[in-house]
Write a protein of this length. Structure first.
Ligand code: ADP
Ligand code: MG
Length: 159
């Protein structure tokens, strides 16, 4: 079942809508959750991550980890916020990401498609598409369980 995909699409008309989705996912988050984020520059990957962190109980300000690659935060669970835009697949491999992916924290990976081969088989994927200045089409894909179940929960809530 690890490659069965469950898709939920969400339309965001303002940053607050994106935060609502992030809040729902933060509420459903359990240890080991890995969320890959993709979409153009300015689509809202970091905005989503900031909302997610806030609703996971992170008090610190979450900034873009572009130059640090991995930033750690403490919420109700440990949160690892990554941005792999500037690193090569080999560099990513050398970071030992499995320690984060298979640990007890939560991982948010901006530009995860770059390291698609290093992502765990079961994870959540979020694709953010810019439709207009404030409008975003957000596709949430649960790959394997329990992530498919989380998507089915989102479908019940907003479907
Ligand atoms: P990325 O990390 O994908 O490059 P950012 O999150 O840094 O993008 O930037 C997204 C920008 O778009 C922010 O300035 C945010 O306020 C703005 N924005 C406007 N509408 C939305 C929306 N509906 N959802 C998320 N961000 C939005
Ligand atoms: Mg970003």
């Amino acid at each position: 079942d690890h490659n069965v995909e469950t898709v939920f699409t969400y339309r965001s008309y303002r940053p607050e809508d994106t935060e609502l989705l992030a809040a729902a996912l933060a509420a459903a988050a359990s240890p080991g959750l890995v969320i890959g984020l993709d979409g153009d520059l300015g689509a809202g990957k970091t905005a989503f991550s900031q909302g997610f962190a806030r609703h996971l109980g992170v008090k610190d300000l979450v900034s873009s980890p572009t130059f640090t690659i991995i930033k750690e935060y403490e919420g109700r669970l440990p949160l690892y916020h990554m941005d792999v835009y500037r690193i090569s697949l080999q560099e990513a491999d050398e970071l030992g990401l499995d320690e984060y992916f298979y640990g007890t924290g939560i991982c948010l990976v901006e530009w995860s498609s770059i390291i698609a081969d290093l992502m765990p088989p079961r994870h959540m994927h979020i694709y953010m598409e810019t439709i207009g200045p404030d409008e975003r089409l957000i596709t949430v894909t649960g790959i394997g369980e329990p992530y498919g179940g989380i998507c089915r929960g989102l479908l019940q809530k907003w479907g």
